[in-house]
Design a protein around this ligand. Structure first.
Ligand code: COA
Length: 260
């Protein structure tokens, strides 16, 4: 794995772990962190050993406390637009072909919440706090928050978070459907890695098709989505993994998927 200044990147078996490592700034996303994050996802995309990626924040306090507000000062609208239309970390995560799990250990705010929303699954510590506080700075979410949050939890709840900028605790985030699971802080890593390892045992081909099919649901109408699902389902039939999965079931043994 390459080394990065703002990230720790490692592979644990079949799981790639990316840790945003600016704990003194609550892992706020500056330009360098975003660029390195996108590069780390590119690296993990190419690494066939990596089947699932977990992303988290360093330290006890924060997953990511948002965009680095210090970078906003004095920035013109044109520069800001250029920064945001460059290939973003959120897009790198959203278009990543393997499952990505956000392991949310603390403050998950603004761009941090948007980063978590770009992931496929979210596991939160009971100490985590969520919010889209941009409105308090006189701005709005710009990393997909108004769109992905609304699609995930519905307009009313998204509107409340975005218009008030209020934080919610992990249990409320769970009730809102913003996170998949809430676990004790001490168990966060073990439970997240257990989930990641379980998914990593599945066929990488099928995981990729499943992810693409589910994402099509919020990006197309029902007829288009159903057609897409059939195409992706049929594509699985071209994989050795499908032959292995079916054969293993019939032979009453555990399948060994190769990603082909
Ligand atoms: N951008 C830049 N720096 C940030 C940051 C951000 N989004 N969030 C926290 N930091 C920095 C603080 O400036 C502080 O740096 P310093 O020690 O050099 O002064 C350090 O991280 C610790 O944060 P601090 O505010 O002292 O911690 P706290 O426990 O008192 O408060 C928060 C925690 C999360 C409530 C508070 O940091 C906060 O409101 N952060 C901004 C959240 C936000 O608006 N995000 C959306 C941005 S669009």
């Amino acid at each position: 794995m390459a080394s990065y200044e703002t990230l720790l990147v490692e592979r644990r078996g079949r799981v790639g772990l990316i840790t945003i490592n600016r704990p003194d700034k609550l892992n706020a996303l500056n330009i360098q962190t975003r660029a390195e994050g996108a590069a780390a996802f590119d690296e993990m995309r190419e690494d066939e050993e990596v089947r699932v990626v977990v992303i988290t924040g360093a330290g006890e306090k924060a997953f990511v406390a948002g965009a680095d507000i210090a970078e906003f000062e004095g920035r013109t609208a044109v520069t800001q637009r250029d920064v945001m239309t460059a290939r973003s970390l959120f897009t790198a995560v959203d278009t990543f072909p393997k499952p990505v799990i956000a392991m949310i250990n603390g403050y998950c705010l603004g761009g941090g919440c948007e980063l978590a929303l770009s992931c496929d699954l979210r596991v939160a510590s009971e100490a985590a706090r969520f919010g889209q506080p941009e409105i308090k700075l006189g701005i709005i979410p710009g990393g997909g928050g108004t769109q992905r949050l609304t699609r995930l939890i519905g307009e009313g709840k998204a509107m409340e978070l975005i218009l008030t900028g209020d934080m919610i605790d992990a249990q409320t985030a769970f009730q809102f459907g913003l996170v998949n699971r809430v676990v004790a802080a001490a168990d966060l890593e073990a439970k997240t890695m257990e989930l990641a390892n379980r998914i990593a045992e599945m066929s990488p081909v099928a995981l990729r098709m499943a992810k693409e099919a589910v994402k099509a649901a919020s990006r197309s109408n029902l007829d288009e989505g159903l057609r897409r699902e059939v195409d992706l389902f049929a594509l699985c039939f071209s994989s050795e993994d499908k032959d292995e999965g079916v054969r293993a079931f019939l032979e009453k043994r555990k399948p060994e998927f190769k990603g082909r």
